[in-house]
Design a protein. Sequence first.
Length: 576
Amino acid sequence: MIDYIQDYIDGYHAGRIKFNRERVSLVEYISREIVPRLDNGEVFFDEKQINNCVSFVEKWFFKLEDFQKFFISFVFLKWKNEDSYVYEKFLLMLGRGGGKNGLISGIASYLLTPMHGIPKYHISLVANSEEQAKTSFDEIHDAVEVNDKLQNLFYTTKTEIKNYQTRSVLRYKTSNGKTKDGLRDGAVIFDEIHEFESQKQVDVYINGLGKVAYPREFYIGTDGYVRDGFVDMMKELAKKVLSGEAAFDDLFPFVCKLDSETEVDDPKNWEKANPMFSEPRSPYASRLYRKVIKQYNNLESNPSGREDFLTKRMNLPVTNTERSVATYEELLATKQELPNFHDIVAVGGFDYANIRDFAGCGALAKVDGKYAFLCHSFVRKAFVDSYYGYSKPKNSINGKRQFAPIKKWEQQGHLTVLDEPSINPQHVVDWFVRMRDEEGVEFQTICGDNFRMELLKPLFEKAGFEVSWNGKFTYPAGYRVEVIRNPRAIDSLLAPRIEDAFANERVIFGDNDMMRWYTQNVLRRLKSDGNVEYVKKEEVRRKTDGFKAFEYAMYQADLLDTVDLSDFYESLSDWY
């Protein structure tokens, strides 16, 4: 075994390096599959190529870490009796900042050179977006631009890097580009593979491999949110190779990640996901480590970022993609006394999506850094009779447990029961008019979704409000209604603000248990693209109208930060 590999494995056995399960399995795989083939002369490490590659990268790019030299060694593991290398496919998955792009930039540059020795060994860098596809391209391009000697080796343009002697060309492409052909590639590098939805996006690039000697496919990235897609397929292949269920030479997998979510709370485990963090750390690794420590510490006040931290920094995607928007304890913490909304500055919000059951409206104020939301609901009598036993309260309705005490909430003043064929939109408008004219609430704006706005717009305008779909108004604050064109799109935008506010006990609902019920009915779902959406846990009985009104108000909560409430704060104690 060559030193680069043996030293790295010895570091693990001696306890100087922490390995995750995949790397432990890789050590066992090497002992089971590679060592015997080295011993019987079936395969060998081309040490000349390995040393040349390591020297090239360290001379022109950066000093390599032990794990990077380990990986490079397997790029040049060769069959003894064949003019070919053992591995054509390589999987490199690390936590963000682990140096995968830098490593692949160095390897790709070397493969273009006469030291590799293959004329016209073209390389394509492929990613879903041009920005990502250019990551390694720009690294190589910049290295050439600042070094006169490299300029004697490579010719660069904005779209390609060409070695003068071998005439090998490196280009970047997007997986959704219209033109896939052109170069007869020697190697293809697929970056950020978690964004690839299927094998089809890959096949179009690798089908042409093999026309040039020593074809290689490199798959690099950090895990993401797309499940049952291409990245999961590659992870499954890696698992089968390491366990012996697949041919040993189908793939060389180097995967670094946490073994479990609980490990994230001990920074000593982070090197499992990012081998840069193994001691001794380079200056780059030390800077990165301090940055990640700060990001982790910020999770205490911004817990909504935990999923992204685990997925990106620790290469451990969250498997439970659905949960409540707030925990039971966080909802209990909303039971703080509401301020007096008389003469208060606020943002309004309303949800009038389903006119045959519930409608919610409310006023959002910001007091001492906390979001106080005064909500009122309108409910249709026939609906609450049918599903909640409003007229004849009892423990169960149609064999299902009654869990919404409508009568009690009505008596507490949190809702109005309407005996109407549908909820008249005038009730919603009148509530805001009453809050404005009788309570003196100064609404900076009122936000609602686009649905049913054809019913609400003339009523708001008759009441003296200006309705706008683009957030541009001629009316002064207090008389504005902003229409949210795509309410689903704001879920992901507002999720950090809303969830961090709940986690830090900065939401006040007062004695309104109906608002806690609304919120408890919301399912926070993590979509395959990493965005959050808020949906109902159950479509008919679990209503979310009050929460949606709260969310729409939070859409413009920044307006509350520009208002001087010093006089209001000073008078709080006089109101109780």
